[in-house]
Design a protein around this ligand. Structure first.
Ligand code: PEP
Ligand code: MG
Length: 322
């Protein structure tokens, strides 16, 4: 499989009719940085910082975080790294950071909301990010944004940390973009408003599907109801893509859907123009992008959006071969 695709490594990620579709890598662990380079990712669309925390038995100090991130950023320079703030709660936990017991962790505080309740952890991480920004292009991504409150409160903390760094004579990029993950239905519905206050959006379909369908992403038992091709999911994706395009802002899809080459044409048709995928999926997705014409992709998406059930959408994709 990989052998068949090897020739694609140095070919551009463009549709058959010539539109460039930036292909970025998701980095979950250190080795992914090397794999991203090997398969020529154009940057890191989602750097999950959780792994720096899970390999330790305590919160890493700011300097440790900085050094860890700077190593990846150096390897990938001058490509941009979208660094996501620590995403805890829900399916992601740390042994040394006990969360209040919850009957329903996915519905408890998580992501940026949780970090804002532990502002020291947030500040240390932001200081590390901003110090990296002095020498390498980075963007800051807020996980599990519920709405404008999260963005405003997080931006206030970013400004405070910037002031402190300036006062301490530390360099940083004051223009490092700030973006929001769209992975809750509330955020998807608020995309237009969010876009007035953030620089970019990142579509996290793993959680979005879970919350739109109330179906646990981790629980095999309800797996049949966890379906990325549910018409409600496609409609939300479409509306977020429209919002980003009319605001002229970048939107990247970084959930698992982005890495599934059988969905590439549909996602292009729904308006997505930037994909961030596991490094091992880069070539397959590039192959799919290079085979599709945007007009055909748009026609496919138009037909999919007219259908009312998962089964009909699956059948449509099956019938069109992708
Ligand atoms: C997502 O939810 O789609 C996402 C990319 O974030 P994670 O998988 O890390 O929750
Ligand atoms: Mg998520």
């Amino acid at each position: 499989q990989k052998e068949r695709l090897r020739h694609l490594v140095d070919l551009p990620s463009t549709t058959a009719d010539g539109t460039a579709i930036p292909l970025l890598a998701n980095v979950n662990k250190l080795a992914d940085t090397e794999a991203a380079l090997l398969y020529r990712a154009e940057g890191v669309g989602l750097y999950r910082t959780e792994f720096q925390f899970t390999i330790r038995d305590r919160f890493p100090a700011e300097d440790e975080q900085y050094e860890f991130l700077a190593r990846s950023a150096e390897r990938l320079h001058p490509r941009r790294l979208v660094l996501r703030l620590l995403d805890l709660g829900g399916d992601k936990t740390l042994p040394y950071f006990p969360l209040p017991a919850s009957r329903n962790p996915s519905l408890a505080q998580r992501g940026i909301g949780l970090l804002l309740e532990h502002v020291d952890v947030l500040r240390a991480q932001l200081r590390a990010f901003l110090r990296v920004s002095a020498d390498h292009p980075i963007s800051i991504l807020l996980p599990v944004v519920r709405g404008l409150e999260d963005v405003r409160r997080a931006r206030d903390v970013v400004r405070q940390v910037q002031r402190e760094l300036s006062e301490a004579g530390r360099r940083f990029d004051a223009e490092a973009p700030l973006g929001a993950m769209i992975e809750l239905p509330s955020a998807a519905l608020m995309a237009r408003s969010l876009l007035r206050e953030v620089d970019f959006l990142s579509l996290g379909t793993n959680d979005l599907v879970q919350y739109v369908l109330a179906a646990d992403r981790e629980d095999g038992g309800v797996a049949p109801s966890y379906h990325p091709l549910h018409p409600a999911v496609l409609q939300l994706i479409r509306s977020v893509a429209e919002a980003a395009s009319s605001a002229g802002r970048e939107l990247t899809i970084c959930g698992e859907m982005a890495g599934d080459p059988t969905l590439t044409a549909l996602l292009l048709g729904l308006g997505l123009r930037q994909f961030s995928v596991a490094p091992g999926e880069l070539l397959e997705v590039k192959d799919a992008i290079r085979r599709v014409r945007l007009d055909a992709a748009e026609e496919l998406a138009r037909r999919a959006l007219e259908l009312g059930t998962v089964a009909e959408i699956v059948a449509l994709l099956g019938a069109t071969g992708r």
